[in-house]
Design a protein around this ligand. Structure first.
Ligand SMILES: C[S@@+](CC[C@H](N)C(=O)[O-])C[C@H]1O[C@@H](n2cnc3c(N)ncnc32)[C@H](O)[C@@H]1O
Length: 218
């Protein structure tokens, strides 16, 4: 699930540059018995299989001890969970200030409820259900890593002027060459070279777009 994410992405480049370190832990290594079992039937019946406490506690404890927790700030342990808080840019900013984050990727019917006690945070990436937590963890890790110093060319300005950035609004429409394509023209003001007017236009467009698409953010 993570191979492309960790080899062909800005996250991969960030890791190569030493801006972050990413390690994958296979839950199956902590599975129980001959078949390394990590799941079982839910008490009280119901469809599907639930992930068991034993392997999860052992796996998270191993992640925490491997990093030598106590050397820096205590680790954040993020459970991927459609029932969790909706993950936002503010959460990405908060996680980017941490030293160590463990993402827990669920599968099957989800986690035994006691596994939640391992987590400092439970995040959902949207109101839909996926088969596993890997894509959610990769999405959150990507949002966090691009905020780390030295990862994006433009520095903090590259991210603070974006959607959900310092203003909390959506980003204004942007254009590049050519100035006209199939009858669609780049707004005159962007070609004017008048930086004050360009900034005013962008602020107005960001406001209008946000009111139209995401009035909840205004
Ligand atoms: C099939 S889901 C379990 C759904 C669970 N039975 C429920 O109804 O809430 C399996 C796992 O995928 C991950 N997952 C699925 N959708 C997610 C979402 N929207 N955000 C974050 N994680 C998600 C979680 O780790 C979850 O435990």
């Amino acid at each position: 699930m993570f191979s492309g994410f960790l080899t062909e992405s800005i996250v991969a480049r960030a890791a190569k540059k030493g801006a972050c370190e990413i390690a994958i832990t296979d839950l199956r290594e902590f599975g129980e018995g001959r078949w390394r079992k990590v799941d079982d039937k839910p008490y009280g019946g119901g469809p599907g299989m639930l992930m068991k406490c034993g392997p999860w506690f052992a796996a998270v404890e191993s992640c925490l001890s491997r990093r030598g927790d106590g050397a820096g700030r205590p680790a954040r342990v993020v459970m991927t969970d459609p029932k969790g808080k909706r993950f936002t840019q503010r959460d990405a900013e908060a996680l980017a200030a941490e030293d160590h984050i463990v993402f827990m990727c669920g599968h099957y019917e989800g986690f035994d409820a006691r596994i939640e006690t391992l987590a400092t945070d439970r995040y959902s990436v949207g109101d839909f259900v996926m088969t596993g937590g890997e894509i959610a963890a990769a999405a959150m890790a990507d949002a966090v890593v691009r905020l780390l110093p030295g990862v994006l060319g433009g520095g903090p300005a590259a991210t603070s002027a974006e959607s959900f950035g310092a203003s909390g609004l959506l980003e204004a429409p942007q254009y590049t060459n050519p100035p006209e394509f199939r009858g669609m023209k780049v707004p005159e003001v962007l070609l004017s070279g008048n930086h004050r007017k360009i900034e005013e236009w962008k602020a107005m467009q960001a406001r209008l777009l946000t009111e139209k698409e995401r009035p909840d953010l205004v």
